[in-house]
Design a protein around this ligand. Structure first.
Ligand SMILES: [Zn+2]
Length: 138
């Protein structure tokens, strides 16, 4: 009974949002997910086209041409990865919203500053933990 009471009265940092606020955040995250998703689909189609052209052209390539194509392909690949990351992150943030852990850092479990969430609604770590992770990732 006490546990339920705590949920209803909003005790604990992660549970202090109203249902309305949660819905607002969900709508923002859903929007980010959809944006990233459609951009990803577009980039994927574009990438596919690029490759088809490449296969068609490959026979007549000189060295400089294939070099610029490699650069183009690298850029396209890293764009795809970025968009996929954004999509995954938005999805992940929505899951955390369902779990009631949204807004708390996954690293140190402290609340993520609201200013950070306003700029990056799908952030799941505070700035410190994000930097630690990035340093670790190389
Ligand atoms: Zn943290």
């Amino acid at each position: 009974m006490l546990v339920n009471g705590a949920v209803i009265t909003g005790k604990g940092a992660a549970k202090s949002r109203t249902a309305e606020e949660v819905e607002q955040i969900r709508a923002i995250l859903r929007g980010r997910f959809d944006d990233a998703n459609s951009e990803y689909e577009e980039a994927l189609a574009e990438n596919h086209k690029l490759r088809l052209v490449e296969i068609g052209d490959a026979a007549g390539d000189d060295q400089a041409d294939s070099g610029s194509k490699t650069a183009e392909r690298d850029a396209a690949t890293s764009l795809l990865r970025t968009l996929l990351d954004r999509r995954t992150q938005a999805e992940h943030a929505m899951q955390r919203l369902d779990d009631g852990t949204y807004g708390n850092c996954e690293g140190c479990h402290n609340p993520i500053p609201v200013e950070r969430l306003e700029v990056f609604p799908s952030a799941t770590t505070c700035v410190n933990c994000k930097q630690v992770r990035e340093r670790r990732a190389g």
